[in-house]
Design a protein around this ligand. Structure first.
Ligand code: ADP
Length: 475
């Protein structure tokens, strides 16, 4: 059942990206703002100090040593100019007598300028961050003090109209840039998250199809494959894993179908013979004598053998094979197993030759015995004259320790059949094998056991007959 999760991966990614980028942008804007403020204020403070020094110097230049007084006409012109710039100047002579005073000159203008500055600063900082302050500077001429200049101004610092406008426009620019960048980041987030979410969604869809197929819902449809050419390594790997899972599942499904049809086919022939024989006896075509009953019995024995083999094969192929390891001598196992076939070999007039050596192994005795029984029974079954040679020797292959070889001088296996003899129900000559009774499972079982031991098995065609080689590394 499809469960509805509250938020899709794509939306979650987009939101996370957008939130992250927006927060980063806002933080950056605040930092830039504070930083600009600090730098700008220190610049303004230096300017104010410089301006005060400049005012004192300019006033000093108006001192006339002859009249021992200041040029008041120029002082007034200069003083009113300074007022417009935010500096209220008072000049006193060396005796403390008032020479010129901006307030007495134009009180209204002075108050208006100072109020303007105070309003501007309050508008910028939201509170009156400063107050009117007064600083006194001596006016020196030829090394002696000839008067005093008092400068009243809004302190500790103030922004002029242009400075204030400059700061306002910088802040406005920052806000606009933040808004534009936030919008852009939202769009980039959507594009990025879509690019990431798309392959994940596809993988999820494929995984869902696999799950459906597994629960029997695929109705034989091939499972979709995901494009695994992603630039991201992890997504590529995810796609490849899902694809290989899908391939395995399809293969398993195919095998299952094949197995069912193979079993049906294998069972049909003996059952048809059995049914034909019994019906013939019921209809009176055959007498229910020993010969006919024995023929029916043979078919039931063949059926029982087939069922037994299928059981073993299913256990090996579908269940986890448990390998019960014990230490024993491979050579002795081969000798004992060969002994079992002696009677059958003598009956067929063939010889079983042994070329064995002491070969200690740590393996599953019963299962390996099953392997050699299957190989030896084939060798004897498909050999009418000559011999069967069973040998064990140190393996040439560095990955294995022992190599067991079972060679016969029988009918051999055609070159084209060699790669297939270990496949389930494979028989190199279908018609011939009906008479010998094989169903084509013995070698499949042998291969499964050898592989479970980490070894390998192969068939070779010899000049006369065939050779089966089992390489084992079981110490
Ligand atoms: P079966 O029960 O039919 O023998 P196997 O799986 O043991 O099934 O063998 C598969 C097929 O391989 C056989 O049907 C036969 O055609 C071929 N084969 C196996 N062993 C030999 C052998 N020693 N000589 C010739 N053909 C063999």
């Amino acid at each position: 059942m499809k469960k509805n999760f509250p938020i899709s991966l794509q939306n979650r990614l987009a939101l996370t990206y957008a939130l992250f980028i927006s927060l980063a942008l806002v933080a950056l804007t605040i930092i830039i703002n504070i930083f600009t403020g600090i730098v700008f204020t220190s610049l303004v403070k230096t300017n104010i100090a410089g301006k005060s020094a400049e005012i004192v110097r300019a006033i000093g230049e108006q001192y006339n040593p002859m009249s021992r007084n200041f040029d008041t006409v120029t002082l007034e012109a200069m003083g009113m100019y300074f007022v417009h710039e935010g500096y209220i100047v008072t000049v006193e002579d060396e005796g403390g007598g008032l020479v010129w005073d901006a307030r007495s000159c134009d009180m209204r203008e002075c108050t208006m300028v100072i109020n303007d500055i105070a309003d501007r600063m309050e508008g910028r900082f939201g509170f009156r961050g400063g107050a009117l302050r007064r600083d006194q500077y001596p006016v020196r001429f030829s090394g002696r003090t000839v008067g005093t200049v008092s400068i009243e101004t809004y302190g500790p610092f103030f922004y002029s109209e242009t400075e204030s406008a400059f700061l306002t426009s910088i802040n406005r620019l920052l806000v606009i840039a933040t808004i534009i960048l936030t919008c852009a980041s939202f769009m980039i987030s959507i594009i990025l998250s879509r690019a990431i979410a798309r392959p994940v969604n596809k993988s999820a869809e494929a995984a869902r199809q696999i799950a459906e197929a597994h629960s029997g819902g695929s109705s034989g449809k091939p499972i979709i494959r995901i494009d695994d050419r992603y630039q991201t390594r992890e997504l590529g790997e995810l796609a490849r894993s899902i694809n290989s899972l899908a391939a395995e599942l399809e293969e398993a499904e195919r095998k299952q179908k094949q197995l069912t049809s193979d079993i049906a086919h294998e069972l049909r022939t003996p059952l048809t013979c059995l049914r034909g024989g019994i019906e013939a006896m019921i209809d009176g075509v055959y007498k229910p004598d020993r010969e006919h009953l024995e023929s029916c019995l043979e078919e039931t024995i063949r059926l029982a053998g087939l069922v037994q083999d299928l059981n073993t094969l299913t256990a090996l192929e579908w269940e986890n094979i448990t390998i019960n390891k014990t230490e024993f001598d491979l050579g002795s196992l081969l000798r004992i197993t060969a002994e079992q076939f002696k009677a059958a070999a003598i009956e067929k007039g063939i010889e079983i030759k042994l070329d064995l050596m002491e070969s200690p192994v740590n393996a599953d005795y019963d299962r390996l015995k099953q392997v050699f029984i299957n190989l030896l029974s084939n060798a004897v079954k498909y050999t009418d004259r000559g011999s069967v040679t069973v040998s064990v020797k140190g393996a040439a292959d560095p990955g294995a320790q022992w190599e067991v070889s079972i060679a016969d001088t029988g009918i051999g296996i055609p070159e084209t059949d060699l790669p297939h003899v270990f496949e389930r129900f494979y028989r190199s000559d279908k018609s011939r094998n009906r008479s010998t009774g094989g169903a084509g499972i013995g070698l499949t079982i042998a291969a499964a056991i050898v592989h479970a031991h980490g070894g390998n098995i192969r068939a070779e065609s010899a000049e006369t007959g065939s050779v089966f080689k089992v390489a084992l590394n079981v110490t």
